[in-house]
Design a protein around this ligand. Sequence first.
Ligand code: ADP
Length: 460
Amino acid sequence: MFKKLLVANRGTIAIRIIRACHELGIPTVAVYSTADKDALHVRMADESVCIGPPAAEDSYLSIPSILSAALTYGADAVHPGYGFLSENGDFAEACHRSGLKFVGPRARHIRLMGDKPRARRIMKRAGVPVLPGSDGKGVTEVREALADAKRLGFPVLIKAAAGGGGKGMRIVRDARELERLFPLARAESEAAFSSRTMYLEKYLEHARHVEFQIVADNFRNAIHLGERDCSIQRRHQKVIEESPCPVLTPRLREKMGKAAVRAAEVVGYSNVGTVEFLLAPDGQFYFIEMNTRIQVEHGVTEMVTGIDLIKESIRLAGGEPLRIKQRQVSFEGSAMEFRIYAEDPDRHIPSPGLVSNHHPPGGLGVRVETALYDGYRVPVHYDPLVAKLIVHSESRELTMVRARAALREYLIDGIRTNIPLHLKILHDPDFQRGNFSTGFLKRYEPAPRESAEAPAAKAS
Ligand code: ADP
């Protein structure tokens, strides 16, 4: 196992990784920007090193700073968490060249899945269903997009080939809308990913987002750990996730699970990853992308399977084989995760500031992943996700009851959060019946404006 692991991240995921390392007996090095000098992950790690100023480009996204910290402090492994450099093939490769184990897949798998039109092509060839969309390498010009849209039929979704975090995505319902929105989407992609390449996909109405957790070793063994329904989304970004998906039959779970494992197997994927599908009302499902890292919502799968995915990712990166076979994976009860954002719940704008009082809920089946503490100042520079409440029980009904009690109990004074929205959702009869699709949250949104279509920047 590793001598020392550097955690190339901050916030809740940095703490989660440090906890896993504590259990594995691996000393940790935290990195931090000057804005995070009082952050909890810095205090919890065995050692810590400041890697630059607040701007992420100069600290958490700076490959030279992170590598030099790892080498100076004698780390032999780096865990990227999610967001920041976690899906950057150059970073994985640079770690490798510096003699550091990158806790994640190989650089070429990160690059392959990060090129979404290419991932679609590979999946299609492997017999994994994909939505009708742009063939080839994607499109950069409006006229090419128009030709694709006419072939596919409206509505279509414009997506960024290098996309992530919902950036560069626009739904278009006719040619005029495409002409207007394509340049905007492309500009967003250029700003976020330095890429003008876009692609189109048939827009699937009333779909659910159902994703499968994959775990694979370096010896071509891959299994799935069931699904997560992540249909409760705002601007294409997840707000609540749950497992199992309330509408999945055992047969469909088996079919989708097999397709997800095939997606990982065809490329020889290793470590943890997630295969995302859209599930149509008629039971058809379609690959949309594979995330080559740990997901924000991994805790939901941990609760129903009892498998610690962070420890697993570290063991697999260390070259250990998978310890279980597909038939040994069992699922117990129902789990839901509520993402708690520091934001004004009515206007959906970030609400950073001083947390004067932090009292997380507790009790059986209640898990809180957070970096908050009394007197902590939430910085303005990063993702506003400040806590994850994960609730588990024997049934979906009881999980919802438990979640309501936990959310009412959760006190975060000094900043505003979206806890009131979670409580509204839990009271919604359609949510309670499991009757929802990715458009569900529109009912709680103010009337859409063009500016409201611009997605927030964060990891999925
Ligand atoms: P990103 O990586 O930017 O988050 P994804 O491809 O994962 O983008 O899609 C994010 C969300 O957008 C999905 O969960 C779903 O709600 C919606 N979405 C993506 N593709 C489609 C599609 N073809 N039809 C309908 N909704 C889609």
